[in-house]
Design a protein around this ligand. Structure first.
Ligand code: AP5
Length: 218
């Protein structure tokens, strides 16, 4: 099963992805996480991506597609994948098509702008695992510490309000139009992501369960 989760920065793609991977046995490919990992390790891709990411701009289509293409060929993705944050441009979507990757479902998380800015502004992350918290909606048991390891949490530099405003503008210009692209392929659904995590999860399951049954994965 090949699934795309689309939506503005902080709409909840990363929060919902583990549910999708657990339920359908697919791998989770977050281009944001993969790029941040490359930046931390100072790989050639990471060095190339860093300044765009810090400023809230998009990394080049070729670089991101290369990372995705390598990842989907790994054994853990043999039953399919959930793409979190990719494609983000028409060119990236076309590159996937040209590579023969047929998408089963593209789910867009619909969330008002003010909610987006509140979610990113309150987000705290555990670096080792990627576990995400929110100081108001999903607080850790001890402020600033990961529930599982007790290690310190951090805030992303691109979650600063001014950078996030820019990411949101770019999302509307480059990524939102992909709704039409996937509608024309008959795989698009938009869901209301301005609800509690469990309710959003139910909407995702109601879209994906029938596809899972059809593909023998659920
Ligand atoms: P990336 O890391 O992909 O950032 P993003 O798409 O902007 O998404 P986020 O990770 O910020 O948010 P999310 O939707 O996963 O939300 P989360 O679940 O954490 O990309 C970063 C950068 O990398 C880009 O700016 C770009 O430079 C580059 N990049 C990445 N992919 C690229 C591509 N394809 N092409 C080019 N460049 C690329 O939730 C957010 C917060 O809200 C959390 O605190 C969470 O606890 C809380 N929350 C979640 N759901 C709910 C809910 N239902 N109710 C209340 N709170 C909630």
């Amino acid at each position: 099963m090949k699934i795309i989760l689309m939506g503005a920065p902080g709409c909840g793609k990363g929060t919902q992805s583990p549910f999708v991977t657990d339920r359908y046995g697919v791998c989770h490919l977050s281009t944001g996480d993969m790029l941040r990992d490359a930046v931390t390790k100072q790989t050639p891709n990471g060095i190339r991506a860093k300044s765009a990411m810090d400023s809230g701009a998009l990394v080049s289509d070729e670089l991101v597609f290369g990372i995705v293409k390598d990842s989907i060929e790994k054994p853990e993705c043999r039953y399919g994948y959930v793409l979190d944050g990719f494609p983000r441009t028409q060119r990236q979507a076309e590159m996937m098509d040209q590579a023969g990757e047929k998408i089963d479902a593209a789910i867009m998380f619909d969330t008002p702008d003010e909610v987006i800015l509140e979610r990113t502004g309150g987000r705290w992350i555990h670096k080792g695992s990627g576990r995400t918290y929110h100081e108001k909606y999903a607080p850790p048991k001890v402020a600033g510490k990961d529930d599982v390891t007790g290690e310190p949490l951090y805030q992303r530099p691109d979650d600063r309000r001014e950078v996030c405003v820019k990411r949101l503008e770019l999302y509307k210009k480059e990524t939102q139009p992909l709704a039409e692209y996937y509608k024309s392929q008959g795989v698009f659904t938009s869901i209301n992501a301005n609800r509690i995590v469990q309710e959003v999860r139910k909407s995702i399951a109601s879209i994906l369960d029938p596809i899972g049954v059809a593909t023998g994965l659920h």
